[in-house]
Design a protein around this ligand. Structure first.
Ligand code: KIV
Length: 278
């Protein structure tokens, strides 16, 4: 079934859990879509996982459009959400609407995601008024890594917890149809999930959220640089890939690959003539 804002809202209302995974290319998007994952996030985490940057700050609109378009071609039923990169919306409400529009028109997005609470509510309102669905992102918002001084769990003090709850209500009121909660204490995420009527999607926010999201390289053990506490490793795909690459190297070195079944053949008569013309 094709996932829309309506089907996802119904899932929350019926207490059915929503699954979301990142994907950044056609092949992976097709696999994720065929596996029945409800939402695909073309996250700006691609700055690290695909482009090898230290954080998400260098990711551009062109990067997001390039990867979004590839994912959109692979996703038939999953909803494709594309991240608004750093400085594509913080500069003004006008920029936010123009760039969200580009992610839809050029990047194949069904919805966009942006980070922040109260200070981006005018942006969320304007984008939704342009008929573009918005996913809000609260808690640990990686584009603010320099402001936070690192990647830390958010909402642990009384003030911070209250602000998170208020921000969730504010982004919902501004028009967000879902809220990603990243690195938020599990019980607080549960309270937020009860306080808002739109789905919450957690990453490091415990089981009481309406859905979960993971970066696919983390859950497959493909991204060795860092393994966050919340990222359960479902398979060691990185190891499997590395072993296959080693096997390939060895077979090439030994002349075992390519074998007979991997070769194309030419008619013996033609071959003879080619030989005679030499
Ligand atoms: O960019 C991303 O992958 C994200 C997830 C961590 C939620 O925003």
């Amino acid at each position: 079934m094709k996932q829309t804002v309506t089907t996802l809202q119904k899932m929350k209302d019926n207490h059915q859990k929503i699954s979301m995974l990142t994907a950044y290319d056609y092949t992976t998007a097709k696999l994720v879509d065929q596996a029945g994952v409800h939402m695909i996030l073309v996250g700006d985490s691609l700055g690290m996982t695909m482009l090898g940057y230290e954080n998400t700050l260098q990711v551009t609109m062109e990067d997001m459009i390039h990867h979004g378009r590839a994912v959109a071609r692979g996703a038939k039923e999953s909803m494709v959400v594309v991240d608004m990169p750093f400085m594509s919306y913080q500069t003004s409400v006008y920029d936010a609407v123009v760039n969200a529009g580009r992610l839809v028109k050029e990047g194949g997005a069904h919805a966009v995601k942006l980070e922040g609470g109260e200070r981006v509510c005018p942006h969320i309102k304007a984008i939704t008024e342009a008929s573009i669905p918005v996913v809000a992102h609260l808690g640990l918002t990686p584009q603010s890594v320099n402001e936070f001084g690192g990647y830390k769990v958010q909402g642990k003090s009384l003030d911070a917890a209250r602000t998170l709850i208020e921000d969730a209500k504010r982004v919902e009121a501004a028009g967000a149809f879902a809220i990603v909660l990243e690195c938020v204490p599990d019980k607080l995420a549960g309270i937020i999930t009860e306080e808002v009527s739109v789905p919450t999607i957690g990453i490091g926010a415990g089981p009481d959220c309406d859905g979960q999201v993971l970066v696919y390289q983390d859950m497959l053990g493909m991204y060795g640089d860092m393994q966050p506490k919340f990222a359960k490793r479902f398979e060691k795909v990185g190891e499997i890939m590395k072993q296959a690459f080693r096997n390939y190297c060895q077979e090439v070195a030994k002349g075992v690959f390519p074998a007979e079944e991997h070769c194309f053949h030419i008619d013996e008569e033609i071959l003879k003539c080619v030989g005679e013309n030499k």
